[in-house]
Design a protein around this ligand. Structure first.
Ligand code: ATP
Ligand code: MG
Length: 137
């Protein structure tokens, strides 16, 4: 059993597809162990994406992730990290496989509908930044 962090980004929340995205996880063997709607301050977004702070798109990424509410989820299941990445599709929705979340709900590489942890170690760090232990059930 593994845990990963999923975030429904501001573009997908604005489109009203929280339920459709959450349903993809539930119908594909990922249990929602925690769920929270929130809006990040600039500081929270910068901390969350600190691994990207030298990348040219960092400022745009922070601006986008603070532009509206997000929905964070802890997903639990066998191979949850890889399974979530598979359901998400490629970072650039134009390159995402048909039937993936990004192919179906994302518009661009910036507004790409979802975030997913890329390793079990990063998942544990990311989950701890957003959820207290008692919120994960
Ligand atoms: P995420 O971390 O959001 O799940 P990812 O792991 O597929 O996405 P990363 O390489 O970690 O992609 O990049 C983090 C986010 O930064 C991407 O989701 C995207 O919104 C943005 N991003 C990545 N590469 C670019 C780029 N070349 N131009 C603009 N934005 C980008
Ligand atoms: Mg990433």
């Amino acid at each position: 059993m593994q845990r990963t962090l999923s975030i429904i980004k501001p573009d997908a929340v604005k489109k009203g597809v929280i339920g459709k995205i959450a349903s993809r996880f539930e119908t594909n063997g990922l249990r929602i162990a925690a769920m929270k709607k929130t809006q990040w301050s600039r500081r929270e977004a910068e901390q969350f994406y600190a691994i990207h702070k030298e990348r040219p798109f960092f400022a745009d990424l922070v601006a986008f992730m603070t532009s509206g509410p997000i929905v964070a989820m802890v997903l639990e299941g066998d191979n949850a990290v890889a399974k979530n990445r598979e359901l998400m599709g490629a970072t650039d929705p134009k390159k995402a496989e048909k039937g993936t979340i990004r192919a179906d709900f994302a518009d661009s590489i910036d507004a790409n509908a979802v975030h997913g942890s890329d390793s079990p170690e990063n998942a544990a760090n990311e989950i701890a930044q957003i959820f207290a232990g008692f919120e994960i059930i």
